[in-house]
Design a binder for this molecule. Structure first.
Ligand SMILES: [Fe+2]
Ligand SMILES: [Fe+2]
Length: 133
């Protein structure tokens, strides 16, 4: 298991907490396939990860826009950094199919990024989006 639910800070917005729980499940399944070096499963789950991450980021960005949230741009640009990284690693996966490379990315980059992003940007945004969403 790459990320435990306790690793992730709870935020003051239930939609965001739900998005994070979903994402942890998807990422942990993906990480299992990567560790098992199951090429077919990685092919399948990488697309699920891309879809899920995009859904997570877009839902947050929509909520921030609807609430005229002041730090929208800087929060979105942190999402964009991860969007670009994932796109780059997906292209590399299609070209070289290296589970080792993906394992390094998940364990050394993605996990840290997600924990930090949630404890900083999502926690801040959630305070302004409130409980009602
Ligand atoms: Fe988030
Ligand atoms: Fe976010």
């Amino acid at each position: 298991m790459l990320i435990k639910i306790q690793d992730i800070q709870q935020v003051a917005n239930e939609v965001m907490n739900m998005l994070h729980e979903e994402e942890i499940e998807v990422i942990n399944d993906f990480h299992d396939a990567v560790v098992a070096k199951d090429i077919e499963k990685i092919d399948e789950l990488f697309k699920v990860v891309l879809f899920d991450v995009e859904d997570h980021f877009q839902e947050e960005e929509n909520m921030m826009l609807q609430n005229n949230y002041g730090y929208y741009q800087v929060h979105k640009s942190d999402h964009d950094t991860m969007r670009e990284k994932l796109a780059k690693y997906f292209e590399r996966w299609l070209a070289i199919k290296s589970p080792i490379e993906l394992q390094g990315f998940l364990e050394n980059e993605f996990k840290k990024w997600l924990i930090l992003h949630i404890s900083k940007w999502d926690t801040e945004a959630a305070l302004h989006l409130g409980h009602a969403h």
